[in-house]
Design a binder for this molecule. Structure first.
Ligand code: B12
Length: 213
């Protein structure tokens, strides 16, 4: 079996120990970088998401796989990326989180990990983050960019709320605000007055580099 097939099997079977072992082995032997492993896992989550949408698998299947992936990213891949990037000069500070009312974490975590591996300092606020918390954190760490993830049509409007909160405090021009997540789009970003939108983690890195250049 190929590496992709091995990883896919572990994710689909909720084999957390198996997935961690595969990742650890690959990293130890230097056969792939943690970022390459993240890309493979991200693609597999997209595939599983599609299966759920097509009603080929059920919600518990999805939750099981998502948990296995989240724990492996948190415990194995993120620390490995951090270890590699320790001596890097920071390319900029990014506060990122999933907006209020929304628990989806994987896409936002991928964006955070990719940014980190590209030299950015990342402050990941987690999920269901209120607008005030995004702004407070950005002020606290003197961030360059605020990244807002939303996977639900229902939660999208909270992205606008963060921009409104910035305006309310007279801070709108101090930060670049970027948005992402499946229901969002370039048009949506324009509509709410964000500085940019990206479709995936690689584009998000390019977008931020462009905005800060
Ligand atoms: C996994 C998943 C879950 C998991 C989440 C686990 C976790 N820890 O994240 C669980 C099972 C908990 C879940 C719950 C729910 N979910 Co759900 N979920 C998904 C699913 C299948 C995959 C999401 C995912 O992880 N994709 C993989 C990652 C890698 O991709 P991504 O998230 O799109 O992120 C990429 C880009 O969007 C972008 N990006 C993401 N964030 C950001 C941020 C910035 C700043 C930028 C620039 C880019 C960016 O880059 C990422 C990396 O490439 C999607 C379907 C889908 N195909 O998206 C539904 C989906 C998002 N869920 C949906 C729904 C309805 C729900 C529930 C309401 C279900 C329910 N009835 O309870 C609840 C939500 C509860 C809540 N309050 O949030 C709907 C949303 C529909 C809508 N438009 O509103 C979807 C689309 C499924 C569907 N078709 O019905 N879900």
């Amino acid at each position: 079996m190929t590496l992709e097939e091995n990883i896919k099997e572990a994710v689909i079977e909720w084999d957390e120990e198996g997935l961690k072992e595969i990742c650890n082995n690959i990293l130890e032997k230097n056969e792939a970088s943690p970022v390459e492993l993240l890309k493979i896992i991200g693609n597999i989550m997209q595939f599983i998401g599609k299966q759920f949408e097509d009603e080929q698998i059920f919600l518990p299947d999805l939750v099981g796989s998502a948990n296995v992936v989240k724990n492996t990213i948190d415990e194995i891949l993120d620390p490995a990326i951090k270890e590699l990037g320790q001596s890097k000069e920071t390319a900029g500070k990014v506060v990122i989180g999933t907006v209020e009312g929304d628990v989806h974490s994987i896409g936002k975590d991928l964006v955070g990990s990719f940014l980190f591996s590209n030299g950015f300092e990342v402050f990941n606020l987690g999920e269901e983050v209120p607008a005030t918390k995004f702004v407070d954190k950005a002020e606290e760490v003197n961030a360059d960019v605020i990244g807002l993830s939303s996977l639900l049509t229902m939660s999208m409007d909270f992205q606008r709320e963060v921009i409104d909160e910035l305006k309310k405090r007279g801070l709108r021009d101090k930060y670049k605000v970027i948005v992402g997540g499946a229901p969002t789009s370039e048009e949506w970003a324009d509509q709410i007055g964000a500085d940019g939108w990206a479709d995936d983690a690689i584009e998000a890195v390019n977008l931020i580099k462009e905005l800060l250049s």
